[in-house]
Design a protein around this ligand. Structure first.
Ligand SMILES: Cc1cc2nc3c(=O)[nH]c(=O)nc-3n(C[C@H](O)[C@H](O)[C@H](O)COP(=O)(O)O)c2cc1C
Length: 205
């Protein structure tokens, strides 16, 4: 019996459903579609996810005590072979939607580092990608968001395999004026196949 195709979770973190980061993520998924159809899309703007309330019930149970739509997303984050996260830059950080999700993943961080429990013992070499856009072109525009993304993925025991960040994009359709950016996003999606293939025990073809 052949192994199931890798499961790719795509998280849209912009308030704009069809904005620049969403377009790039969509292009990346077109590339991903060349090697798996086991893809799930989640639009954070459609979910209700409270910020972390620092209750730290997770320190006892390994699970967040707040009951909201994070409950829908948490198992997907545990199961995904690849997580693609897209967020625009807002005040030199990720969007509030994205940050609320990241902060709720403190429960995974606690599970991993305080309780010393694995996030997913069956999948040890999971990969993450962070896609971002901003209006300006400052040299350090993406620094904060990339760090946040790196440690978000780390809380999930996911290695950040790539980032794709473009400045100079403001209005919703701006990225469409840059076919080379769209091509890079598509190519990244295609290339992830090799990244996933190199995972120990990833036997698909
Ligand atoms: C609340 C808010 C804060 C923003 N802060 C920044 C910023 O700090 N730096 C920047 O370059 N662009 C900033 N922008 C512009 C967005 O990053 C830009 O419009 C981006 O293309 C939006 O991506 P989206 O279409 O995927 O939503 C901000 C936009 C909003 C709405």
């Amino acid at each position: 019996m052949s192994a199931p195709l890798p499961y790719v979770l795509a998280i849209y973190g912009s308030p704009r459903r069809s904005g620049n980061s969403a377009t790039l993520l969509g292009e990346c998924l077109r590339g991903v579609a060349t090697w798996t159809n086991n893809v799930e899309k989640v639009f954070l703007r459609d979910l209700t996810i409270s910020p972390c309330l620092e209750i730290y019930a997770c320190a006892k149970t390994g699970r967040c005590a707040i009951r909201d739509d994070f409950d829908l997303l948490a198992p997907k984050l545990e199961q995904a072979d690849v997580v693609l996260l897209a967020s625009p830059i807002m005040f030199y950080a990720v969007s509030a939607h994205t940050k609320a999700l990241m902060d709720r993943c403190q429960s995974f961080w606690v599970k991993r580092y305080w309780l010393k429990e694995p996030i997913n013992p069956d999948k040890l070499h999971r990969k993450g990608v962070f896609i971002s856009v901003g209006a300006t072109r400052g040299k350090r525009l993406f620094d904060g968001a990339i760090l946040s993304a790196r440690y978000f993925f780390d809380a999930l025991d996911i290695e950040m395999a790539a980032t794709l960040c473009f400045g100079g994009l403001d209005a919703a359709g701006d990225v469409l004026q840059h076919p080379e950016y769209l091509q890079q996003a598509y190519d990244l999606g295609v290339s992830l196949r090799d990244v996933v293939m190199k995972r120990k025990g990833a036997g698909f073809d």
